[in-house]
Design a protein around this ligand. Structure first.
Ligand SMILES: Cc1cc2nc3c(=O)[nH]c(=O)nc-3n(C[C@H](O)[C@H](O)[C@H](O)COP(=O)(O)OP(=O)(O)OC[C@H]3O[C@@H](n4cnc5c(N)ncnc54)[C@H](O)[C@@H]3O)c2cc1C
Length: 465
């Protein structure tokens, strides 16, 4: 039972939107709380900083709202700390009454088609990390291909296609670091082909992001009239969702208009299922797709007709995937930590759930351990959706709180002393203010809002100045 005379100590691992919203929900409750937010990167904000495209400043601006949460005295940010390496679950149990994991997703879901490992075949997440200045990826990106394929019809595919089709100078006013600008300036892509296995009514784009493609003076968006097709299932989907209908209408409008002469062509292809990436001498030289057709239910079947596309690079944007988290059960298929409304559930054979004399079952909650955000429900949904998620998880945590065994070492400086003793160069919320000011000062001479610092050491140094 937790000591009621002190605040409830909660560790949140992962300072993306989900973790920050969880901190907010805890602080808005009636319970007196004291929260430490652990983050692997030297800066907080997760995919808002390292996923959202640089030409989406309005979305990046959500950071301003999240500032208000991290400004509160009940919460500390402990950045540049990798859970699993710098700190373990056993350590956290010593310092905290409860732990929430909000570690999100940062890798590409696999696509098992022949040729996927060829030189010139890339995962969208890697490219996104590069253009968003993630410190742990290489500084250069090969942008030699004149014709590029992007596989997938969700918003990440749109981001990747848009960034590939825009000019470096169009992206210069954003926060992209110098190495990314140089890379994009040298980009040779003249044609970007986006491929969807199904039709316009099955695309996962959101209407705003789709329409935005057409706003660039350099991008000619092209949809073939024969790719506009609906069956009973598609019509039902359009009737059932305003969003689906808006996307379909936009694509339809684009299919019947005259093609203009903006220099970069961005084709949105539907009913083309990628079956193989074609290679020569280990390099991508094409993409093979099978033409599909609707089967009446909104699903598609192959027609047996294959098309080869002349492309020299292929980006798969078929979804993000979360990573296995040390000392916790993991559902490899779903890419999530098994949970019930945020309460982590033990998986058979996993040590975290083993009670002596009892065999673990997948419905047994792991005591005082919770999840929220993409690691809880999978890598789908917008930033705003992580808020409801966090509220649910926190409500359950607070309901369970009277039964917590309680931290053995709950003092605020116990964990920081532990980290200092281990010589972990952790960053803080004050440090973020310093890094933020530094990045803004880098942008100022060029009239840009900020220029991102990429190198981890430089981020840490700027945080400590
Ligand atoms: C390319 C892309 C573009 C997107 N664009 C938009 C958009 O325009 N608008 C929108 O609303 N949504 C967008 N999204 C969705 C949005 O980013 C997610 O909904 C949201 O970020 C999920 O939040 P999260 O906190 O669960 O995960 P994340 O944002 O991934 O945050 C998880 C955090 O945990 C940290 N972490 C991971 N492992 C560890 C560890 N072992 N130790 C310590 N810390 C760890 C990570 O570094 C990260 O900071 C986009 C997503 C992607 C991938």
């Amino acid at each position: 039972m937790t000591d009621q005379t002190r605040p409830l100590r909660v560790a949140i691992v992962g300072a993306g939107p989900a973790g920050i919203y969880a901190a907010d929900a805890l602080m808005k409750s009636d319970t007196d709380v004291s929260i430490d937010l652990f983050e692997r990167m030297p800066a907080p904000f997760g995919l808002i900083r390292y996923g959202v495209a640089p030409d989406h400043p309005r979305i990046k601006g959500i950071i301003t709202a999240l500032h208000k949460v991290l400004d509160k005295p009940q919460v500390r940010l402990l950045g540049n700390i990798d859970y699993g390496t710098d700190i373990t679950l056993d350590d956290l149990r010593r310092f905290y009454d409860a732990v929430i994991f909000s570690t999100g997703a940062n890798a590409d879901r696999a696509l098992n088609i022949p040729g996927i490992d060829l030189d010139g075949s890339y995962g969208a997440a890697d490219f996104v990390s590069w253009y968003d200045g993630h410190p742990d990826v290489p500084r250069t990106w090969p942008l030699e291909a004149e014709k590029v394929a992007v596989l997938g019809v969700g918003n990440v595919a749109l981001d990747v296609a848009r960034v590939l089709a825009k000019t470096g100078d169009e992206l210069l006013p954003t926060e992209i670091p110098a190495n990314v600008y140089e890379g994009l300036k040298a980009n040779k892509a003249l044609e970007v082909h986006v491929f969807g296995r199904r039709g316009p009514a099955q695309a996962k784009f959101t209407p705003l992001e789709l329409r935005e493609l057409d706003h660039s003076p350099n991008i000619e968006v092209i949809v073939a009239p024969e790719d506009i097709d609906y069956d009973e299932g598609s019509e039902a989907a359009r009737r059932g969702s305003k969003q689906v209908d808006m996307v379909a209408n936009t694509l339809q409008d684009w299919a019947i208009r005259d093609v203009g002469n903006r220099p970069h062509k961005l084709f949105l292809h539907f009913f083309e299922s990628p079956t193989e990436i074609l290679g020569e001498n280990g390099k991508v030289v094409g993409l093979r797709t099978e033409r599909t057709e609707l089967d009446g239910t909104g699903n598609v079947r192959g027609t047996g007709t294959y098309n080869d596309w002349d492309v020299q690079a292929v980006y798969r944007a078929v979804g993000y995937l979360s990573q296995n988290i040390a000392q916790l059960p993991f559902d490899d298929q779903a890419g999530t930590i098994p949970n019930e409304a945020g309460r982590v559930l033990a998986s058979p054979g996993h040590s975290a759930d083993s009670t002596p004399g009892q065999s673990p079952s997948s419905t047994t909650p792991v005591p005082a351990t919770y999840v929220t955000g993409w690691i809880k429900r999978g890598p789908v949904g917008l930033i705003g959706h992580t808020k409801g998620d966090a509220n649910e998880t926190v409500a359950n945590l607070l309901e369970d709180a009277p039964g917590f065994t309680g931290a053995t070492d709950p003092e605020l400086d116990a964990v920081t002393t532990f980290l200092e003793d281990k010589k972990v160069p952790f960053t803080t919320w004050d440090g973020w203010y310093r890094l933020d000011a530094h990045e803004r000062s880098l942008g100022e001479p060029e009239g840009r809002e900020r220029v991102k610092v990429v190198e981890r050491e430089e981020m840490v140094a700027a945080s400590k100045e």
